[in-house]
Write a protein that binds this ligand. Sequence first.
Ligand SMILES: [Zn+2]
Length: 374
Amino acid sequence: MRNAIRLGSLFGVSIFIHQTWIIIFGLVTFSLIAQFGEQFPQFSKPVQIVIGLTASVLFFSSVLFHEMAHSLMAKRGGQPVRSITLFVFGGVAEIEKEASSPNQEIRVALIGPLSSYFLAAVFGSVWFLAGKDASVIGSVAGWLGIVNFALATFNLLPGMPLDGGRVLRGIVWRVTGSLERATQVSVSIGRNLGLMMIFYGLWLIFGQDAIFNGLWMAFLGWFLMNAAEMSGAQLLVHRAVAGVRAEQVMSTDCSFISGGMSLSEFVESYLLQRGYRCFVVGEPEHPRGIITLSDVRTVPRAEWNNTSVQAVMRPLDQLSAVAPDTDVEAVLQLMVTKNIAQIPVIQEGKILGMIARDQLLQIIQNRIELRPTS
Ligand SMILES: [Zn+2]
């Protein structure tokens, strides 16, 4: 995910917090300070702040616990996990591979809500033992118990990308033998769940005057709808390019030009003359950078005569590059997250070829359309 800050790593999984999460952390902490402050007015303001902050940190640790449960179960079943990111709507574990079997899919999905129910039981016991709502510890634990219970239950709704949606996908996959079919079912339920939540949110806003809760519900529904669509599309792309490497889709018709050439000569003799997609500055053995149409465009036309190619090229050491055996899915992800249009394929300092985003998307499109149906 973009705009995320790395906190550290746990069990070999990197933990990130997304920028949007900082806002939600602030809001939750603020409302908890107010809530527990009202309940325990005998404490001074700094103590109330500590109570609210502790509850908030424990809440987000609960979300992390839930995602960690998914991650460890995935790793146990041979699915590498890159990272966990906490963001505005909770957390997401980035599992690199699709589950190899329906049972693995179900196990990985189910352990999340189960771990949240487990936390709910633990906090519930603390609430009971600590004198229920009469004590601060009891009160905070009680709140955490309810929140974890709600988190688990909400996540069990049977639509993608929620855990319940993944469980359903696993079950349909097992019954029909088709992951595609299973994904379609689960994605369409997820989409409808999102739509229902949007309508419910609108009803809260206009029918019940509950503006904040209504907006939140509608926003969550909208997010769910989008995420459902995305998880469907992701699977299509994943299956279309599984096992395809960068060297198989790169264009190798690179043209090598000297750094001293003027932009006007480059435009006249190369850009306008040849259909190449790949212009490398330097010699094949010693490439120094690449230059594209958009680099040329950064210079006003009047200055093309006295501007050299090397003045506007993108030096090799500042470029995101990939190795020939990089998975195409990883290449696409790099292009999307860093918003790059062209990526060189480099081995031992030599440019082997170039991958352009529009070209790559076309290849993926073709592969999706020509895929044998199963
Ligand atoms: Zn989950």
